[in-house]
Design a binder for this molecule. Sequence first.
Ligand code: ATR
Length: 283
Amino acid sequence: MISGRAKLAGVMGWPVGHSLSPSLHGFWLETLGVDGAYVPLAVAPENFDAVLRDLPKLGFKGVNVTIPHKEAALKACDEIDEVAKRIGAVNTVMVRPDGKLWGTNTDAFGFIENLKWRAPDWTADRGPATVIGAGGAARAVVVALLDAGVAHVNLVNRTRPRAEALAASLGDKVLVKDWETRALALNDVALLVNTTSLGMTGQPPLELDLASLPKEAVVNDIVYVPLETELLKAAKARGNKCVDGIGMLLHQARPGFAAWFGIEPQVSDALMMHVLTAAGAGV
Ligand code: ATR
């Protein structure tokens, strides 16, 4: 139940119907008994700036921003934090008491918190990491790994110039490796992360020979439909510790919820099941 004083937040996307954020935040609002609402906001790109600027007038505490607005939000906010600048995208906007918009990106936080949640033995000093992909998700993952203190990150992408652009903007600890010989970029790593859409339901699998991957390495796929991708199946079969992708989505939502509704939410298996059901992941 919400009252006339309910705190307001939401997610802006175009389209927004696929977003799992209303289900995720809705679970927390209900289980924590918060007088608040989190709503989907379908905002066309041409209206994005104006609608975002009007949030304070509507009394919103803030919003999540999703495809295709994450880069536009970087320019539309009054202030952007360092991590959002490095990732090159904003996914969380807070309305300050003075009405100013403050933008951050919580995807790197979500990635590292999920890794700690599911693979508590992993630490940055265990060795380098290999990241597959060079899209928006890869940027957040690489920033998270560099901030965690990983010695270097091997970056592999089908379109090499995209990986080179990412590496150039994030510094010399990011080493670009060839897509064709990606299996060779695994032999000394402590962590392998797939950030591409390969392996997702309806997409081809990620073809990657794991033979040279150390058995102690953690394998993290950020795909979560299905929860266990072919990559994770293959990694599990050879004894690697596996981390699936749903937790990154759950953990990235925590800072926004805490700021908008004033309570630190917890990520739990019950939340995970709720969101996976909404995602139609067949659980
Ligand atoms: P996101 O923001 O979710 O990371 P994206 O920016 O569209 O999405 O990036 C998708 C990633 O999956 C990219 O690394 C892409 O590789 P390219 O840069 O070469 O396009 C990768 N990807 C998608 N389909 C692929 C395929 N069939 N084979 C190899 N890589 C693929």
